[in-house]
Each structure stands twice: as structure tokens, then as C-alpha cells.
Design a protein. Sequence first.
Length: 263
Amino acid sequence: MSRSATLLGPIAGVFAAIAITTTMDATGLSVFSALPLFPLMLFFWWLQHISRCSMGFVWGQWNRYGLAILYPGVVLSGIGLISAALGAVDTSHTHWEKAWLNFGLISISTILVGLLTEEGFFRGWFWASLQRAGQTAGQALIWSSIAFALWHVSAVTLNTGFNPPLAQVPVYLINAAVIGVIWGSLRWISGSVVVTSVSHGLWNGGAYVLFGFGSKTGALGIKDTAIFGPEVGVLGLVLNVFFAVGLWFLVRGLAISPREKPA
């Protein structure tokens, strides 16, 4: 079978995911728009007969979880400290007990749901499918990050309740691709989408509770999200790029697990 023929699977899967999610975002079902990724992942997984290990449904080495936790910890703390130093933080009306409870709930729910949807689909099946088609791990990293960003377009351009001001959309989409590179790099060096799901969960918990999303202000009371937002702000983009570059050099310096070979 030719390489172009084997690429039809991953291309078709991503187009289907984007089309279904966009339709749901456009019809008021954005809260559930990630859920179709689960049956799509199962269908293409079954269709292509990819092994569980190649899909990334393994625990991975425990020290990789340290990197998974380090990413949101370093970047979100960095944004918070810089924001505070520049006088952008206002916690006078913050209920911290409620904030930390929300952080825990969002983090845990994202880890569990993300494992079966965004992480399982983009850095699980799509990654494995690309490698099955002859793409290298580096190419899988790039394409999965671009696909991850494109899948988020409807969430921030349609009236979903999450959508930021239009001027912040380009920064958000570039940031989504950069964050995709970070989680893809974690997938590369760990061979596990469980590791990436932990990082994804902690990132969502911290970013949305502390900094807010859309028009909602987070626990830190930061109003100027165009500058200080972790996903829609320039500062978040800069720190994410720095972390992605550092992680890339780490990836290149580490031996890649045999699980990362094409199935």
C-alpha cells in the first residue's frame, strides 16, 4: 500500500473530528463537542488494528509525570508572578477555598475525559496512525499539533461561551499549536497519553480557574488577558514557546522508547 493511501486514515479522521465539533459548536452543543472524539478514536483504532502500546495507552515511566506536572507549574506560576509584579493581579474578591475546589474538579475531570477524547484522539490514535503511515515521530509531533489547533478553531470563533475577543483568536490558535507541541513532546518521550492527560488536566485546572476563560475573570482577578492570559495572552504564548523549545532539546537528547516505532 502506498504512503498516500495509508495517510487517508489519519486525514479522514481529523477532518471528521473537526467537522463534527464545528457542527456541535455552531448548534449550541459546545459543552459536549469533545465527546465525539471518543467513538471516532475507537472506530479508527479498530479499523486500522493499531496496538494499544502504539496508541499510547500505557502508564509510561514515572519520572515523565514530573515533566507533565512541571509544565503547568512553571508556566502558570511564571505568568502569575509577572502579572503580580506588574500590578495586574487583584484577589480582593477571591474565594480561595472555592477556587482550589474548582481547580481540583477541573483537573481531575480533564485528566479522565481528556484521556478518552483530546489526548486519546490527537496524541493517541492520530499520532499512531501517522507513524503507521510512515511518518517519523517528529512529523507526527508537528501534524498532531497543527490538527489540535485547527480542531479548536470553532470553539473560539463561534458563540460557544468560551470564545475570547476576536483580536485574541490568532494568539490563542498559535498557542494551541505550541501547547500541542509540548504535550506531543511529552507523548514522544513517555510513549504514554496518560502522561499527557495529567499535564492537560493540570493546565486546564490552573489556567481556567486562576486566569479565567472567554469573558470570565479568574481567581487572580486579571483583567488584561490579552497580555497576561496563559492561552489568549502574549505573555502566555512567550512562556509556552520557551518551554516548548526547552522540552524539544530535552526530547532530542533522550533515547526514544521502542514503543514509539510505527505499529
